[in-house]
Design a protein. Structure first.
Length: 200
């Protein structure tokens, strides 16, 4: 039986002047018309383009918004935005998949366990979750809705590459996106590298 992939459609587009320059934000609906929480933020005309520099970024409220030093999420987002703005071309697919898919409440509980000595992977497993519950089929559907032919993917995560390719996204190239470690996140980064296969 052939796997079926979700279909999404562009719902609305608006200018998004930002600290990184003039961007555009795009929202989507699913095939039934239900509005999605995920958005694309684009720079330049990506519609129908090939080799579009792309960051598929999972929401990290604590990092992206509040500047947490426990992770490298905001660093990766800022580096991707800077690269896209410098090129004048690219996109961020921003997915509401907090805490590698466990949600904000459980993520705070996982933080509590990390404060008690668990690493980031052990905390999720202790709570009864897989190490990473994120899916990339909807992100892929958003890329297809923009009629993008292929992407240059900014990621250190081989599971993200695999998930997008399985959902039919052509990845012309992958670029690592590396930030400087801090005392507060060096153990977190080491766990991602040694236990989760991230290329850091």
């Amino acid at each position: 039986m052939l796997a079926t992939h979700p279909v999404v459609r562009i719902y609305a587009r608006a200018k998004l002047p930002s600290r990184h320059g003039d961007l555009e934000v795009i929202s989507f609906t699913d095939a039934s018309g239900k509005r999605l929480d995920h958005v694309a933020v684009t720079c330049g005309d990506v519609i129908g383009a090939s080799e579009v520099p792309t960051r598929v970024h999972s929401e990290c409220l604590t990092g992206d918004v509040f500047g947490s030093l426990r992770c490298d999420c905001r660093d990766q987002l800022e580096l991707a935005l800077d690269a896209i703005a410098a090129d004048g071309f690219g996109m961020i697919i921003y997915m509401r998949q907090e805490g590698r898919g466990i949600g904000i409440a459980e993520k705070v509980r996982a933080y509590e366990l990390q404060d008690a000595g668990y690493d980031t992977l052990e905390a999720n497993l202790h709570l009864g979750f897989d190490g990473d519950l994120r899916r990339y089929d909807v992100a892929a559907a958003m890329i297809h809705a923009l009629e993008v032919e292929s992407i240059v993917l900014y990621t250190n995560n081989p599971l993200k590459v695999e998930g997008l390719e399985d959902a039919g996204v052509e990845i012309a190239k992958r670029k690592r996106i590396l930030s400087d470690p801090r005392d507060e996140n060096v153990d977190y980064l080491q766990t991602k590298k040694s236990k989760m296969g991230h290329e850091l």
